[in-house]
Design a protein. Structure first.
Ligand SMILES: Cc1ncc(COP(=O)(O)O)c(C=O)c1O
Ligand SMILES: Cc1ncc(COP(=O)(O)O)c(C=O)c1O
Lengths: 126, 408, 408, 126
């Protein structure tokens, strides 16, 4: 059975960066009401404005959870601009299993949450 | 009992492979049923031999098309024991049935402060139209809660049904729990306070013998695609007195008697509610589906589904970490809804799909029900006249493999 | 030009006999068109191979069904050059397109004293929904009259379009006269006074290349069954800004984002307007019809119909006692509407039917037009890509025989 | 060509009982809006309450016109009760050509008009 890569099952058992942060520069939460997946991501930035700490919580299917792990791991060290221009395809590549249109929404939920959080943070700054 | 192998041969799709070498196990009939050959042939024959617009033509095709389309209406009327075929209104689906009543009857009869009583196990089709109506009119929507076993809490009925209740609408069969509700008892309770009572029969008409006169409901609706019929067609049944008192829903051709620049008058029932060129092939297809189901016998179908449901609930309950929702098999239709500890329903559905097994995962258009259960999604296997115990066995084996894949 | 014999072979019904030994001459395409083999095959394949409910399932059938259904939407968007497929809303037919706009946009935007401008050549589908809306809101409906040649009296436009005009809706092509109206000019005139402009393209999209962006209309609707597609499906196109601002029409599954007992929020376009299980096979069928028509080329189809219409008007005008309605062939679509002195149109249709010829008789869902012409009924022959000059000759011969039968 | 019997064409050329009556005991008019046929029938009764004079006017297809001629001819001498119980099938038999559902409405229009007229006359009497 290779529907899901081993890695996705691994991440389902042992998610990366899972948990709340004590304090956060910003955090954002959203859900995918049609399937009920919910993701909350919190970020701390270093002095140069790059991600140095990230934590996520939430619940959902193995795909959205794996996506949250992979995405939060990948953005460490990125600037907010990097995040805002993070291409959805890159996240889908990280997941690495073919996804139907419906499951794609699960996979991209963490990115949607993250980018909305960044937009909020940026516009509050200005 | 049914000769299930013979029945399976009636459905072309059941010999299709889901994936190369993997036969299809279709356990999603509650979402939409498969279609027997006879239904496809009837629609095809319509298009190849008599296709024409109905009601307005004098030429042969138009007459043949009109006769076939209206003959289907009569068959459907008999199938649900409607007093007269003029009370059978073709709609797109059950959803349109509710919206037609909400717009036409509802806007004429519901006022500020009036109450609409629904249940917490309703499909969105029987929630959203009434919420929209209530919002427009300043009416109040109330809900009968359900108990832990997925049956309605009938002890709440007395308190919730009052003389303010103008409309009471509920499902005959829950599409999530499979619960078979006591329709006649609920209808009588609604009538006792003077409410108009509508029944959602989308999961009832495909699976059991339904008699609208025995139910005594004022309105009732169901969809063709869940009962071996095509997409794009459904039925609204109504009591004549109500249908006659109602203004039209949509305006256009066919539903008028006379149109002038100053205004219009309406056609007789049922056409008053059927604006524009109707779903002709679809009506004919549904008529054929009804013939097919009646030929097998709704009681036989129900008995088979009872048998399969017993078997399935028994087999599924052996799976570790499974939670099954809904009442015992004897009180429910052919639906088994469940979750498995540690695996999201979407993942379950995706994994068993690779074994060729089609089940559904999500909220099944019943979000409030899921909110009450405090789960965001469930998995649902649903059965029909062609479902076999072997298919249930395959589902169980595949669910066990899914647990292993998830290292449970 | 078209290879008409090759095209005729695409339509199974064209080799059917109307009566034993009497080939079918189908001259009623304006009421409903015949369907090419490819369209029937596409729907049949859907039901035999991938039938399932869309949007909500994770299993293979549901994914394939969803993909096919949404791919059809994209094809249709391209066919009318819509900016985006999310502006393509599946409805039952053009009639529902008008009703959707009247209920959703209309009830939100039309107030007492506002004016709705239509024309006197409209089909009931573009009259009754606005009359119903105007009656509910206390608005006023006005009409652009037509001239003796069946073209709109554009000299009246300035007086009738005022800043009170909130909606202007007219047909691109008259289903009785065949008149091709100057759509862009009318849209611009409507916009100049700030009106929202809707176009009835039920007789345009099947017969000519339509570009909604070139038209610049705000809404536009048409039916699948008149353009080689199945019954039960039509399209409403709208500008995004308007569609987004509008409340939903029908409530139910698929059109929601979230439902709670307290209320609901809506899905994105186009699904916000598509409640319940949609007409899946029909959408796929219409997508295939669009492929078929585009493959032949709308300009080629239009040119062929121009040729046939010239030929028909010429030939018909030779018949004694005939009155032909509408403009010269060069200004009209493939429709020839007429009366014959001394024979009621119903009798004409019935007599020529026995020669296998299907034409339509009556008011063609345009009673006000007929009232203005001061005739209760007309006969109408209408043409499509498969119509031949031989068929026109047969009609003329049959009409002459009809006159003889009536001793004229 | 025998779609329409000779008789129907004859009646189309020379309708029976066509024309207004100078005075009438009662008369009634109705139409079939879907096809535009319109019929008006006027009746005079003799002392025993039987039809002795009838005239009809109107316009429409050959079928509704023939039906008007045949019906008005047949009811001469009938009582109002006879008319009220006049079976539609009898009129269809008189016309004698097979009719589709749509054309049946044309054929039965004169009977509908006549019976409505009688009902009106009877209820006014009471
Ligand atoms: C110009 C025009 N508009 C609207 C319609 C209505 O189409 P439908 O009956 O498919 O809704 C028609 C066809 O009957 C038509 O010819
Ligand atoms: C109980 C119930 N009611 C209503 C519906 C709505 O049916 P449709 O989507 O065909 O309108 C469904 C099916 O989805 C259902 O299961």
């Amino acid at each position: 059975m290779d529907i899901y890569r081993e890695q996705i099952i691994d991440l389902h058992e042992h998610p990366l960066n899972f948990g709340e942060l004590e304090t956060a520069d910003f955090c954002h939460e959203d859900d995918n009401p049609l399937c009920g997946d919910i993701i909350r991501i919190a970020i701390n930035l270093d002095d140069s404005g790059r991600v140095y700490q990230v934590g996520w919580t939430g619940s959902g299917c193995a795909i959205s959870q794996a996506a949250a792990s992979l995405l939060t791991e990948t953005i460490k060290g990125m600037s907010l601009t990097d995040i805002q221009t993070f291409p959805p395809e890159r996240l889908l590549d990280l997941i690495g299993v073919p996804l139907s249109q419906a499951r794609r929404k699960c996979a991209l939920l963490p990115l949607k949450v993250l980018q909305a959080g960044v937009s909020g943070a940026v516009s509050t700054d200005e | 009992m049914l000769d299930v192998e013979k029945i399976r041969a009636d459905f072309p799709i059941l010999s299709v492979e889901a994936y190369p070498g993997v036969p299809l196990v279709y356990l999603d009939s509650a979402a939409s049923s498969q279609k027997p050959e006879v239904v496809l042939a009837a629609m095809d024959a319509y298009y190849r031999q008599i296709n024409a617009n109905v009601h307005r033509g004098i030429h042969r095709l138009s007459e043949d098309a009109t006769n076939a389309y209206e003959a289907a209406r009569l068959k459907i009327a008999r199938f649900i024991n409607a007093p007269d075929e003029s009370q059978i209104i073709y709609v797109r689906n059950a959803t349109e049935g509710f919206n037609l009543v909400a717009y036409s009857w509802g806007r004429q009869n519901i006022q500020a402060g009036d109450e609409i009583l629904l249940t917490e196990m309703e499909h969105h089709a029987n929630l959203v139209p009434w919420q929209m109506l209530a919002e427009e009119k300043g009416a109040v929507v109330r809900y009968i809660p359900f108990l832990a076993d997925g049956t309605l809490d009938l002890s709440r009925l007395d308190g919730l049904l009052t003389e303010r209740t103008k409309l009471f609408s509920f499902t005959a069969v829950s599409n999530v729990f499979g619960t078979i509700n006591p329709v006649r008892q609920l209808v009588d309770a609604g009538h006792a306070v003077g409410a108009v009572v509508m029944v959602d029969a989308a999961q009832a008409v495909p699976h059991t013998a339904v008699d609208v006169q025995a139910w005594d409901c004022d309105f009732m609706t169901f969809s063709g695609h869940k009962m071996c019929g095509p997409t794009g067609i459904g039925i609204l049944y109504g009591k004549r007195r109500l249908l006659e008192s109602m203004p039209p829903f949509m305006g256009g051709g066919d539903m008028i008697r006379r149109v002038t620049l100053e205004g219009s008058t309406w056609n007789d029932l049922p056409w008053k509610f059927e604006a524009g060129t109707p779903s002709i092939a679809e009506g004919i297809g549904l008529g054929t589906a009804v013939d097919y189901l009646a030929g097998i016998g709704m009681d036989n179908i129900h008995a088979h589904e009872q048998f399969i449901t017993h078997y399935a609930l028994e087999a599924l309950s052996e799976i570790k970490g499974i939670t099954l929702y809904g009442p015992p098999a004897s009180q429910r239709a052919g639906v088994a809804t469940f979750t498995i500890q540690g695996i999201h329903p979407h993942d379950i559905s995706e994994v068993v799909d690779k074994d060729g097994i089609a089940i559904r995962a999500g909220h099944h258009c019943a979000m409030p029900l899921h909110l009450r259960l405090n789960v965001s999604a469930t998995a649902r296997a649903s059965f029909y006249l062609h479902t076999t115990t072997q298919e249930i066995d395959k589902l169980v084996a595949s669910l066990n493999r899914t647990r292993k894949l998830f290292r449970l």
